[in-house]
Design a protein around this ligand. Structure first.
Ligand code: ATR
Length: 266
């Protein structure tokens, strides 16, 4: 019997994780299956317990359950504790243990796949919700020269920046005259066809704009391209965070390049 894994969320119908992990399993020869598990909004804990009782070994956790998954775990990694959120559950080593591979997935995509030096760069993180909080600690650790958090609700950005030791945090109007090398959109504005209001921002020469949403040419990416920046969606982050989860579960690091190429191609 192959080992069982799944992605749990609501909704999960369009999740690419089962396909990505199937590619990893094939390439590494790991004997595993990876399913989709849709839990009702108030049924996360029950769904995880049931999956575990059936021999499930691990879960990826997606919206809206990442914070609840952190509270569910008896123990967690430092990076999950920093994010206050879990996207990777380990269920086959005693009590449920949680990890968070989102931040490392983003940093690896920027550094390894897109060839950007984060050390010394001027970074702007847009948004102050769960997605932003999930990646802020690894971004701070990457050693940017300046890392600013901006959000529609300025207070939330200010609080987040202070808590994680970013350079500054505030509203979009506070960005007047600032210039950035790397701009990362962690807002959900794109889902409504909108972009964060960046009129005041200067894209540095050769700037890179990154949207953590994948598979969508968002208004933010269009705005960035119009300003002369290179624009990338979150496909690379998706594949890199999956590879890190795979490593946490199986102790084997899959090659991400062919999977990312296939995901982009199809
Ligand atoms: P997630 O877990 O995806 O981060 P969230 O916690 O609901 O979801 O946060 C959504 C983020 O997108 C917030 O930073 C939100 O700004 P506010 O804190 O001011 O609400 C931001 N956001 C959503 N729609 C937006 C829009 N149209 N323009 C700018 N920011 C937007």
């Amino acid at each position: 019997m192959p080992d069982r894994y799944a992605v749990i969320g609501n909704p999960v119908t369009h999740s690419k994780s089962p396909w990505i992990h199937a590619q990893f399993a094939l390439a590494t020869g790991e004997s595993m299956v990876y399913e989709r598990l849709e839990a009702p909004a108030d049924g996360f804990r029950q769904a995880v317990e049931a999956f575990r009782a059936q021999g499930g070994r691990g879960l990826n956790v997606t919206l809206p359950f990442k914070a609840e998954a952190f509270r569910f775990c008896a123990g967690a990694s430092e990076r999950a504790a920093a994010a206050q959120a879990v996207n990777t559950l380990v269920l086959d080593r005693g009590k449920p243990w949680g990890d968070n591979t989102d931040g490392v997935g983003l940093v690896r995509d920027l550094a390894a796949n897109l060839g950007r030096r984060l050390g010394g760069a001027q970074l702007l993180l847009l948004g102050a919700g769960g997605a932003a909080q999930g990646v802020l600690a690894p971004l701070v650790a990457a050693g940017a020269r300046r890392l600013v958090v901006a959000n529609r609700t300025a207070d939330k950005a200010h609080a987040l920046a202070r808590r994680y030791g970013a350079s500054a945090g505030g509203g979009y109007e506070d960005l007047r005259g600032e210039q950035f090398d790397i701009l990362i959109n962690a807002t959900s504005a794109g889902l409504a066809g909108e972009a964060p209001p960046l009129a005041a921002v200067q894209f540095a020469r050769g700037a890179l704009a990154y949207d953590m949403v994948y598979g969508r040419d968002t208004a933010f990416l269009a705005l960035a391209r119009a300003a002369g920046a290179a624009a990338h969606d979150g496909s690379g982050m998706l594949v890199e965070q999956a590879a890190e989860s795979f490593f946490v579960w199986r102790g084997v690091r899959p090659d991400t390049a062919p999977v990312l190429a296939a995901l982009r191609g199809g």
